[in-house]
Design a binder for this molecule. Structure first.
Ligand SMILES: Nc1ncnc2c1ncn2[C@@H]1O[C@H](COP(=O)(O)OP(=O)(O)O)[C@@H](O)[C@H]1O
Ligand SMILES: [Mg+2]
Length: 288
């Protein structure tokens, strides 16, 4: 089995949130070195919040985060800088700067962190973009890319410094199922190209089942599960079973209590303006 030089990430008694209000409590989790871990949970369960804390963008309310052997709670500025330098992030929307061409967006981390000459930088940029199937997009601006291309360009930028740790927040959100499957495949290929610990946040169960070596499930303000897919599929925990089987939770969904807004409440009578002829359009009761 391949041994990895990438660090593991450990959370010890970690409580996270904003302004001292906990969102997820008492996490004791290990993301194994050189593996692809997924943080899964419903919307609002605290997945992005956890990512922001591991990225040191937010201080924990309580507890500690270790990257390898490094306790991140008391880093000097220089140490924090070194950790950032070895960490890649693919943000939810790709987070490309609209005023810069794709090639200059990808070059940003190299210009910030290395002494490389522009010619060498451009060679690396071209290399990463062709790895992502975007060799033709160097001179384009981000708003000239499709959603899937923007994600791939964001991934090229996240990988440009050969990171030891890569974080991806909802990489398939906003993509159709075919593009989602392609992006998942690309993430798997990147795992074989680079020796890194990857943490992917998702609410996409198909991605989880296709990619994860290790799964962490958040819900009810805590960690509901950590382990591999095989262990997860065997769970008898009712909340997890409902989540995995996607049981219809909408039975409890709120119902409309107000009637639709009738034509008589409108400022303009669109039926008259548009010359609507059929009675249903005129706000009268539809027969079926
Ligand atoms: N900057 C913030 N300040 C205060 N509360 C926030 C902030 N960002 C997110 N939250 C709250 O934290 C909770 C978890 O949000 P988030 O981590 O974005 O969930 P997820 O990524 O799982 O959908 C939500 O209730 C959200 O309203
Ligand atoms: Mg989120």
């Amino acid at each position: 089995m391949k041994t990895s030089c990438a660090p593991n990430i450990r959370l010890e008694n970690l409580t996270i949130g904003y302004n001292n209000n906990p969102i997820v409590k008492d996490l004791n989790i290990e993301f194994p070195s050189g593996k692809l871990s997924m943080i899964v949970g419903g919307s609002g369960s605290g997945k992005s919040t956890l990512l922001r804390h591991i990225l040191q963008l937010q201080p924990p309310i309580e507890g500690k985060i270790f990257i390898g052997n490094q306790d991140t709670s008391n880093l000097s500025n220089r140490q924090a800088h070194c950790i950032r330098q070895r960490t890649g992030v693919l943000f939810q929307d790709g987070a490309m700067l609209g005023s810069l061409k794709v090639k200059d967006n990808i070059a940003l981390p190299l210009r910030e962190h290395t002494k490389l000459k522009d010619e060498q930088i451009m060679r690396i940029v071209e290399d990463r973009l062709s790895l992502m199937g975007l060799g033709h997009a160097l001179e384009l601006y981000p708003n000239e890319l499709s959603g899937g291309m923007r994600k791939r360009a964001g991934l090229a930028r996240a990988l440009v410094m050969d990171p030891q740790v890569l974080f991806c927040d909802e990489p398939t959100s906003g993509l159709d199922p075919v593009m989602s499957a392609e992006l998942d495949q690309l993430l798997l290929e990147m795992m074989s190209h680079f020796d890194m610990t990857m943490i992917v946040v998702t609410h996409d169960l198909a991605s989880m089942r296709g990619l994860a070596d290790h799964v962490v499930i958040l819900g009810e303000a805590k960690c509901l599960f950590q382990g591999n897919l095989e262990e997860l599929e065997k769970t008898e925990d009712p909340y997890l079973r409902r989540f995995l089987d996607r049981a219809a939770e909408d039975r409890d969904a709120p119902r409309l209590t107000m009637p639709p807004i009738g034509p008589d409440m409108m400022k303009r009578n669109c039926d008259d303006i548009m010359g609507a002829k059929d009675s249903a359009r005129k706000g009268e009761q539809c027969s079926n």
